[in-house]
Design a binder for this molecule. Structure first.
Ligand code: ADP
Ligand code: MG
Length: 612
């Protein structure tokens, strides 16, 4: 591409003035053209200089920008420095200390060592370089102006290299014109730097904007390059959600994945703080982004985003990095293998939250979970007595005065604090939402149907064989079905038995004899219709049972659960809350809709512009 442009320019010059000889295009012009490819704006200078400092094994890199880098960029490091004899050489095009043999060439080129960064920067700015090589006694200094080098002089410097780039593109007005405001250029510099900050926790980075220190990111002891350290994330992102981020680790099918993903409760509309690195190179890849969301399926509401910083290590032979001019994209030899690895890695991390949530079931209050449905039955029938435990109903049928305010588990484990803070008030609004006021000045609004679905879903998912309490029906439920559906139901028999739904398949109908107590009021015809329509065709359901299992559970929970529009007793609300918070993922229903909306008193106050 670069040579094409060069050709066009040569041809143009040739046509204008036949005395210009093609092969004598001035080096300065060649460099300026090349600069257009490599150096687009201040951020690209910053990138090249920081790359060089990292290559020089610096453990501290200070970046200064003035006026978005348009007036001044300075990168100084404590790396190994440049030997005095090399100083004037390094500004010559295609001069690099990083290629020692021809075999290296291919490798090095893909890593971006072309020995042209400094020579191109020289052609579009004024540079001051001071460096002290580790094996030499004195430092050296070189100043360039208008593309010309001065002489190398001695200079005081303790260690490393400092390169100052001033008046970028002053001699190329067409380029300078393309630069944007200070803010925009600074933002671009930040965007370039963030990935370095993230994957070099071993390096101390300092960033100054217009003489003001913006970041001072200490190196983390014993941290390795190309790893993600939570401590670095915390000092860099300075946001609450980082503390809650979940560690990702995966090693399989030729792909190693590490990093962090946001906690499911930290979902948001905007796609903020999402970084993907492949073999230490920051890239953009929609497939990977999608795979991350698939890993979050059923944990965050549909269309919502979560922050993530993922590092993929893939055998370089299985990727092609040369598909994008600035190498911001890569092509995978086997993308689906990579995507499914990402999905699995994320899923594992998110389910990891669950392992302690599951353990914490021990802390559920005295009412055993299977005793209570969520008020499917409003009339005080036989079913009711089955559905509500004795502990909850006292002899007069009144609800026992619950002691929820003392409900603070002895060991809150890693729960968010507010989840175990005792509450003051609990009530229902619109027969649809449960509102809870907590002592720590937070308010929860729970969608009763979404919450109930989540609870049943997890109960089904975690049920061991025949563990669910079931009820034999006095009068079996008969449902007419087509031949194909009947075959299907025959095949699903074992699956349903595991969740305590038992039936006989007869000539033209099925006869349901046993159901879990939660399902006594379910419209089974509708429910089974929905289940049988999950597969593309009916016959695919049993074949794809493993994949569809969670979909089936989700459908089941929807049909068994408390609906909106249903009035709830106080105890039912209390119980629902208690069972919701011990769910693996209390934040959304199994279809991904939110189940809880948390509001801080301060947010409510703010809405009323109340400052006291
Ligand atoms: P490349 O990085 O591809 O080698 P550059 O033009 O970026 O090409 O740099 C040219 C050479 O200058 C490098 O190979 C290296 O020897 C030297 N150099 C540049 N910056 C530094 C630095 N901060 N510390 C030590 N050496 C440096
Ligand atoms: Mg370089």
């Amino acid at each position: 591409m670069h040579f094409n442009r060069l050709n066009q320019i040569c041809v143009r010059i040739f046509c204008m003035n036949t005395t210009v000889v093609l092969n004598k295009l001035p080096q300065e012009l060649v460099n300026q053209i090349a600069a257009g490819e490599v150096i687009e704006r201040p951020a690209s200078v910053v990138k090249e200089l920081v790359d060089n400092s990292i290559d020089a094994k610096a453990s501290e890199i200070r970046v200064k920008v003035v006026n978005g880098g348009m007036d001044l960029i300075e990168v100084s490091d404590n790396g190994e420095g440049i030997p005095r004899a090399n100083i004037s050489e390094i500004f010559t095009a295609h001069t690099t200390s990083k290629i020692s043999s021809f075999e290296d060439l291919n490798n090095l080129l893909t890593m971006g060592f072309r020995g042209e960064a400094l020579s191109t920067i020289l052609s579009v700015s004024n540079i001051r370089l001071i460096s002290k090589y580790s094996d030499e006694e004195v430092g050296s200094q070189l100043v360039t102006k208008d593309g010309k080098q001065g002489t190398v002089k001695s200079s005081a410097r303790e260690s490393g290299t400092a390169i100052t780039v001033e008046n970028l593109f002053e001699n190329v007005p067409a380029r300078r014109k393309f630069l944007k405001s200070e803010q925009t250029e600074y933002k671009r510099v930040l965007e370039i730097l963030f990935p370095y900050f993230l994957i070099y926790p071993n390096i101390h980075f300092i960033l100054e904007r217009n003489s003001k220190e913006i970041f001072d990111l200490r190196s983390i002891s014993n941290a390795k390059p190309n790893t993600i350290e939570k401590e670095r994330l915390e000092s860099l992102l300075k946001e609450d959600f980082v503390k809650r981020m979940l560690k990702v680790f995966y090693d399989g099918s030729g792909t190693k994945i590490s990093g962090y993903v946001g906690h499911p409760s930290d979902h948001q509309k905007r796609a903020n703080h999402q970084y993907i690195f492949v073999n230490a190179r920051p890239i953009k890849d929609n497939g990977i982004a999608r795979a991350v969301y698939q890993g979050f399926e059923r944990y965050i509401p549909h269309g919502q985003r979560v922050p993530y910083i993922l590092l993929l290590n893939i055998n370089p032979e299985l990727i092609d990095v040369n598909v994008h001019p600035r190498k911001e994209e890569v092509r995978f030899l086997n993308p689906y293998r990579v995507y499914s690895a990402v999905q699995e890695a994320v899923k594992k991390a998110v389910e990891g939250v669950t392992s302690y949530r599951v353990e914490s079931r021990e802390y559920t209050p005295s009412t055993s979970s299977r005793d209570i449905s969520f008020g499917q039955n409003r009339n005080s029938s036989v079913k009711d007595s089955l559905l509500f435990s004795k502990e909850v109903l006292d002899s007069s049928g009144e609800y026992v005065k619950e002691r929820e305010s003392s409900f603070v588990p002895s060991n809150p484990f890693e729960f968010e604090k507010s989840e175990f803070v005792s509450f003051r008030k609990i009530f229902q609004i619109f027969n649809k939402y449960i509102v809870i006021e907590f002592e720590d000045e937070t308010l929860w609004i729970i969608d009763q149907h979404a919450a109930a679905e989540r609870i049943t879903f997890e109960k089904l998912k975690n049920a061991k064989k025949n563990e669910l309490e079931s009820q034999n029906l006095l009068v079996p439920i008969q449902i007419e079905m087509s031949k194909v559906q009947l075959t299907e139901m025959e095949e699903l028999k074992k699956f349903f038995e595991e969740v305590s739904i038992k039936y006989d398949v007869l000539k033209d109908h099925i006869s349901i004899t046993t159901v879990p107590v939660e399902f006594v009021n379910t419209d089974f015809k509708k429910f089974l219709d929905e289940i049988l329509s999950l597969g593309e065709d009916v016959s695919s359901i049993s074949k794809e049972l493993t994949r569809l299992k969670e979909d089936i559970y989700a459908t089941m929970s929807c049909h068994s659960s408390v609906r909106s529009g249903q009035a709830l007793h106080r105890q039912e609300m209390v119980d629902m809350y208690k069972r919701l918070i011990v769910c693996e993922n209390p934040y959304s229903c199994p279809h991904g809709r939110p189940a809880v909306w948390k509001l801080k008193l301060s947010e409510i106050d703010m809405n009323f512009e109340r400052t006291y």
